[in-house]
Each structure stands twice: as structure tokens, then as C-alpha cells.
Write a protein that binds this ligand. Sequence first.
Ligand SMILES: Nc1ncnc2c1ncn2[C@@H]1O[C@H](COP(=O)(O)OP(=O)(O)OP(=O)(O)O)[C@@H](O)[C@H]1O
Ligand SMILES: [Zn+2]
Length: 725
Amino acid sequence: MMARPGETVEVLLPVALDRTYTYRVPFGIELMPGDVVRVALAGRETVGVVWEGDGGLPASSNRLRHVEERLDAPPLRADMRRFVEWVAGWTLAPRGMVMRMALRAPEPPEERARLVYRRTGREPERLTAARSRVLAVLADGLAHEKRALVEAAGVSPGVIDALVDQGAVTPIALPPAPVAPPPDPGFAAARLSPAQAEAAAALQQAVAARRFSATLLEGVTGAGKTEVYFEAVAETVRQGGQALILLPEIALTNQFLDRFAARFGVRPAEWHSGIAAKKRTRLWHAIAKGEAAVVAGARSALFLPFADLRLIVVDEEHDSAYKQDEGPRYHARDMAVVRARLLDAPVVLASATPSIESRVNADRGRYGHILLPERFGGRALPRIEAVDMRVEAPERGRFIAPRLLAEVRRTLSRGEQALLFLNRRGYAPLTLCRHCGHRFQCPNCTAWLVEHRFRKALMCHHCGHAEPVPRACPACRTEDALAACGPGVERIAEEVAGLFPDTHTVILSSDLFGGTERLKQELEAVAKGEVELVIGTQLVAKGHNFPHLTLVGVLDADLGLGTGDPRAAERTFQLLGQVTGRAGRGERPGQALLQTYDPGHPVMQAMISGDRAAFYEREIAMRAGAGLPPFGRMAALTVSDVERAPAEAFARALVQAAPREAAIRVLGPAEAPIAVLRGRHRFRILLQAPREVALQDYIRAWLAAGPKLRAQLALDIDIDPMNFA
Ligand SMILES: Nc1ncnc2c1ncn2[C@@H]1O[C@H](COP(=O)(O)OP(=O)(O)OP(=O)(O)O)[C@@H](O)[C@H]1O
Ligand SMILES: [Zn+2]
């Protein structure tokens, strides 16, 4: 509904509030929902969005502030406004905070034209040596950029300016190069296997239908799922629509971008926090104009202002990196399905190890289900065996069992690549004093400090606290008595260096010196086979294609089990499935060894037998029996305070105020497993309810009537929690 000068508009502001603010429309403009406006709030200027509500009323009060101006920005479209409402309603995050994610770069970009220089044909009044060198370069009759010209002629920029002043050279303004060159769907279509072709055809049909559909594309590791969904993307581009591909670790996936370029002739537009601000702004506006046809992005790309989004692909849909763990706590996979539904467009969820949620949706017919049960090109899945650490223990102070060591040797001697996987950064997860037993704990968190030898520091993996490793124990003052307990990847690297001193080894861990750029390079070197032995954390498990890798050794396959997380078995199954799935993707067959103290565990059994179906069946039955997601719904409320007592008292008061509702169980409060985090004491309340209960409505009503937060208290709401720490 339009609001005219003198009437009111409701404006949603990017602040932690649910409500909209009323402003008066100034003279000279009319405003519609979705318009991006600049307004003053509490003495500060801020950019907001005209929202649905009671706008369009006569502004009776003279005290009402007026809108400062409407920005020259693409309006937030109706489908995006509905999406914002939906995400806020689901996560119970303030609408303003969700809208903020949709308004990442509203200010119009500086579209600075590129200047190129050409000869006019007129001679300069005075011909110096420098000037004639420039004219010689320009003798090809083409237009050159200033920087190129300066370099080619070996002159200073002033020489070119002087030639322009004298009319010998003229600048020409070219429009800026497109921020996202168009992909060509016909560039190099892959030759698909019959199974792939069938899967691709089904997805292309879903795109052609231009209706909502959700499809689980489940294919074993190396099945070629990427090639399959690329065909759906191609179909979308052919029809003139836009496609979004979500990836969990987009900042690291040069390989993916190159594969896209091999298929479509150009790389897709990339959207993640590593993209420079200027480029992001240009991209944001290009996407709003419908110019960027394909975007590959992190979860925040869901909030991009697509003009004509007709396909969403969520690759590695099981990945827990899709859950945002601060601010609005949304799960990008689930919200991708919502966004697709609001757009009436298809969404494809791809994984070799689907989430239980998606599997259940597929089993129940809510999602389509496409299976690729075999690897591409007739390649075999790796052979997987357990190494029973109770009977095949490594030597004292070592972490690699003799059998795994022998396999590493054999692999290297054949000129193939091996990966040792341990999902733990640093050197040792615990440091203690041999003399008095003192353990190094984080001053801000209930967590042991992890020793990082390369950085020569003890670090907290929760808050980032770091301190130098002391010579003397701070408790008993004994010198040189500190002992490292347990291994991290750095310690494995030390063991390997002793055993294979001449082997080209690399550690891949998110805290590698040199950051993302270095990691990308190392990953590429691994893919090219330039590295013989890789030691890595979960970062190496994600979607990479390492054709030379034939052996994967998992040093502690039990690591993720035995936590209180209801998804512990599922997560471990996925992680082990992904990391072992890196082996044998090239010419040579692969194998994997899992070091475990519990080879009979259902997860280990599923890995060894390869009977994935049995694992899903069992896990789904267990969840159904216990009323756990996706059969029941959960929410976690975390109360925190800098002091312990008020946090606990408030959590208790909150539980006491919980309305009685037969179907909803309110558990707690209990101290959170990480009882103190970043200096805040934490108490947790868990809610469990059957699927059909509107849990958000219950929580909303409860909190509205319950005790009010005061002073340092904070309450954090997590619907469908993935993190129970
Ligand atoms: N039709 C095809 N033609 C040529 N090569 C293909 C084809 N399909 C797949 N491949 C190759 O097979 C390998 C595995 O494919 P891809 O990475 O898409 O598998 P995936 O199913 O995504 O595996 P994962 O789940 O482990 O990431 C890649 O090197 C890919 O280039
Ligand atoms: Zn800490």
C-alpha cells in the first residue's frame, strides 16, 4: 500500500527489535513497502525498510519524525519480506536482526567507469623520449588502460596526462567490467553416466515445472552429484532465471569454482565473508537486478535480493556449518527449503550422508529422493576396516597403531597419497604439571587450554584466549614439569616427522599460518598430488576431490561419540563417511582404517559393512522412539550472566513461570556442559514437544508473561538446537 506525503509509514530498522517505527512521509516522495529509506533513530541516522503494517494513515502528530530520504537501492521484494518474517517467526529472533541480513549492501555502489586511452592522430607539441614511447605502444590503434600503458612504456602517469592535455591522446570511458560475467549453459556439457543422466533429467524437470519441490540428491561419495546438479543449474540459466548454490566451506573451494568454470566457461559469483566490501556491494546490486545468474555462497547468501531466483541447491546438506550459532540462529538448509517454498521454486539437497531430517522427509514422500548408489566411472568405494585399539595399541607415547603405520608405508612406497585424520587442532588438548597435577584452564571458560606448539601458546578454542607456555608450573613453581596429554594434529605431525623424515607432509587445520589463502593453496597442492602425506582436521573431509589419495587413517574414530548430543552418532557417521570417502576417487582403489576402542559400535559397524541403509533405519527408529528430531521438536534456552547466582536464579524463575502444557516437557535448568563461556555463567533449559505442537507460540507467550531480564542477564533462544555444549 502506498503512503503519500503527510501520511505515516512503518519502517523496520536493523536493530534488535521486533517492532516497526512510525515515520511521516516527507514532501515530494511516495513510499511503498520494501522501499529502503534513511531515517533518524535516537539521534542516529540509520537505513531501514518500509514494512507492511498500519502505514498510510494521516500523520496526526506533528512530533512524528519524517523519513530523511529514499535510497536509490532496489526495494526489498515482497518474497524477501515474507522470508524475513518467516525466519524471525521461526527462530524467535527480532525481525530487525533478520532484516539486517537481507540489507547487507543497500547503498548504491560507485560504478566508476574504466578509463582507457587511445591515440587521436594529432602530434604533441613537443615529442620527448617518454612521450614517443607511449605513442609507440598506442600505435597498435587499440585503447589501453593507464596502468598498462605506464608499464609498457616505462613512463610516469604524468606523461600520459600531458599527452591528453596536448590532444595527442584521448581518454574513453568504458562501463565497468561486469561483476558477474554470464555463465554459458552450453559451454561444456558433461558426458553423464546413465544414472547421472536420469538424475539430471529429473532435476531439470523440477526446474522446468517452476513450482516448489524439494529433492534429496543422495549419492555415495564420488558419485558425481555436482555434475548432476550443474545440469539443473544449466537449465535455470537457459530459462533466464537465477540459481543459488549453497556450500558449507565456500571460502576454501577453489576446486568447486574451477569445476563450475569448466562446465559454464566462467566462475560463479561468490558470496561469503571473504569477499571485499566493494565487490560485495556491486554483487549485491547485480543480484538484485537479476544480472548475476549463478551465485555460489555461504549460508548468508540465502538473504541476497535475487530478482528471479528459480533454483536453490544446498550441497553437503548434512553439514552442521549451515547452522548459524549466533544472532538469528537459523539453519540455512531448512531456511533454503522455506525460501524455495515462498518463491514456489525447486530446492535440491545434495549429500552422500544426508541428515536424518532429510532422510525422513524423503522416506515420507515430502521430498523427492534421487539415489546414485555407485561412484562415477565404475570406481569402488574404499574398503574400510577397524583397528581395535584395545588389542593393537601403538607404542607408548605414540598414536598411530602398527597396522595403520604399515599401510601408510605401503601407500607411500607405491607413490600414492595418504591422509591421517584427527579432528583436533593444536598439539595437545590438555597440559598438566607432572609434579603437582595442575591443569591449565581458560580463565574465561570451563575448558582446558589447548597447546599450540607452532604458535608457542596455550589457547582456548572457545573464546580465543591465548597465553605463552610457561617454563615453571604456576601452581608449584617446578620447572620443566609440564606434560602434554593426548594428541592434536600438530602432535601427529611430530610423530610422522620422526617416522617419515623425507616425506612431503602438510598439516591442514583451520589455524594454519597464512589463513584462508594458504589453506586454499595447500588443498590445491594435495589435489594435484604434490603432497605425499596429509594430516588434517575435519576441514579436509568436506567435499574435496583428491584423486591421488588412496589411504585414509582415522586416528580417533570415537572422538565425536560419547557426548550428550542426541546427534552424536549421526554426526560421527557423516564425518567418517565423508573423510573415508576422500579415498580412491582416482584411478587406484582406496582403503580406510578406523582406530577405535569400540569396533562393535553401530557407527563403526555401518562404516565397515558399508550398510548405510541399516544405519539410517536404526538411527531413525531410535529417534522416533525417543521423540527426538525430526519426530519431536526441541528448543534450548540458555540463561547467562557474569555471576553464577543470578543466572541460576533467573533460569529457575523462568522454569517456574512456564505454563503447564501436557504435550511440552520443560527440562532443567541445568548447568550447561560448558558452564562458563567467555566469562558468562550458563544455565540451560531444554524443551521437548511433539512435532505438531507450535513450540514458538508457547515460548513467546511464556517469555511475555515470565520474569524480565535485568542487568547483566541474557537469554538466548535456539530452536532446533544443533549445539549442546
Ligand atoms: N559425468 C562425468 N564426467 C566426467 N567426470 C565426472 C562425471 N561425474 C563425476 N565426475 C568426476 O568424478 C569425481 C567425483 O565427482 P563429484 O565430486 O561430483 O562427486 P560427489 O558426488 O560430489 O562426491 P562427494 O559427496 O564425495 O563430494 C570428480 O572428479 C568429477 O569430476
Ligand atoms: Zn576460553
